[in-house]
Design a protein around this ligand. Structure first.
Ligand SMILES: *Cc1c(COP(=O)(O)O)cnc(C)c1O
Length: 372
């Protein structure tokens, strides 16, 4: 049996290229607490992404939790059920109530009209997700937020480097959160960041991620330990150099999938809109079993039996898990679109060093099922 093909695999530059960075860390004897690597990565990443300010974090989930704290969100937070559990978990960890709203079946993102319908006197924020790095209707969501005086915190964990008409989508809303987990487009083993619009809010978030310390003897908030360490930051600096090549490779793989499945009844891939600089972070394939000969789950099993470890992102919905399913907003009948796409989706393997012959195996299995 050949080696299994994972759904994703981290971008890992040659080990010897990392050694000089480690030597620098050893020489500085600064291992964490905003050392030189951390400062450099914040600057280089902000400039690479085309944003003003950012606060690095130990992981994306801590960044989400801290973002809700930073804006003093209270009561109810409107969010999507079609995401990774960390989105809604961050709301619960703040003692807040998530309110799930249905998504658009094509973009997989929150629909501003439905967001508006879900607002109550207790609502204080919207937490949308740029699912698969496809931008939300940022203007539509902002219009609703402005009308009702709500904050917008984007879970942009999938949206590293995505630009719309030349502008980073990470500039949308009040804050945006990135994840640099090993499975993401850009990784620091574990890591994350909050993108913020001005230096004032950055300062407050920097306190929050360091226990609330404003200086040696002053604690201004019940902060958390959310700091990114120097080895993580150093790895980020190295990886940044390889990113353009990695994105190009992802794009080529995505276009090969697109070409292969074009015109096959019952199959749909996401298709990035005009003017979008996408990051090809995922390759979600939607299987409509009314029109495709085998079900999504049957295709999933066929792939798995052949050693192709595709994943059903996002299935089940967050709203189906025990800590959420009792909520009024979690009723499946209210979340019809999210329910449907979660039953159709398979994310196919896509990662920078994936070989074309590996991809051909994946394509052959899908097309073979189409002929069944
Ligand atoms: C990966 C991910 C997170 C969590 O990020 P971590 O860095 O793993 O904590 C949050 N939201 C979404 C949508 C994600 O995909």
């Amino acid at each position: 049996m050949t080696k299994p093909i994972p759904v994703t695999s981290p971008l890992l530059p040659p080990l010897e290229d990392f050694l000089p960075y480690l030597e620098e860390v050893w020489e500085s004897r600064r291992l964490t607490n905003g050392g030189p690597m951390h400062e450099r990565l914040e600057q280089e990443l902000a400039s690479y992404l085309g944003v003003e300010h950012m606060c690095l974090f130990a992981n994306g989930t801590l960044a989400l939790v801290a973002a809700l704290q930073a804006l003093r969100i209270t009561g109810e937070v409107i969010t999507t059920p079609y995401s990774f559990v960390a989105t809604a978990h961050s709301v619960l960890w703040n003692g807040l109530k998530p309110v799930f709203v249905d998504v658009d079946p094509v973009t997989c993102n929150l629909d501003p009209a439905r967001v508006e319908e879900a607002i109550t006197p207790a609502t204080s924020a919207i937490m949308p997700v740029h699912c698969y790095g496809i931008p939300c209707d940022i203007e539509g969501i902002q219009r609703v937020a402005d009308t009702y005086g709500l904050k917008v915190i984007y879970d942009a964990a999938h949206a590293f480097g995505v630009r719309q008409n030349g502008v980073s989508i990470l500039r949308g809303g009040d804050l945006s959160i990135l994840s640099f987990h090993a499975t993401k487009v850009f990784n620091t083993f574990e890591g994350g960041a909050i993108i913020c619009p001005d230096a004032k809010i950055k300062k407050r978030i920097d306190y929050l991620k360091n226990f609330g310390f404003a200086d040696e003897v002053t604690v201004v908030a019940p902060g958390i330990n959310g700091k990114m360490n120097e080895v993580q930051a150093a790895f980020g600096l190295l990886q940044l150099k390889h990113l353009d090549g990695a994105l190009m490779a992802r794009r080529q793989l995505f276009e090969r999938y697109h070409e292969a499945f074009r015109g096959t009844p019952g199959l749909r891939l996401v298709s990035p809109a005009r003017g979008l600089d996408w990051n090809y972070s995922y390759c979600p394939l939607f299987v409509d079993d009314q029109r495709f000969p085998v079900s999504r789950d049957a295709l999933f099993l066929r792939l798995r039996d052949a050693g192709i470890l595709a994943r059903r992102y996002f299935y089940p919905l967050i709203s189906e898990f025990p800590m959420y399913r009792g909520l009024d907003s979690a009723q499946p009948k209210r979340l019809g679109n999210a329910f449907d796409i979660s039953r159709q989706v398979i994310c196919l393997p896509i990662f920078p060093h994936m070989q074309e012959r590996e991809q051909d195996v994946v394509i052959a299995i899908v097309l073979d099922a189409a002929r069944a």
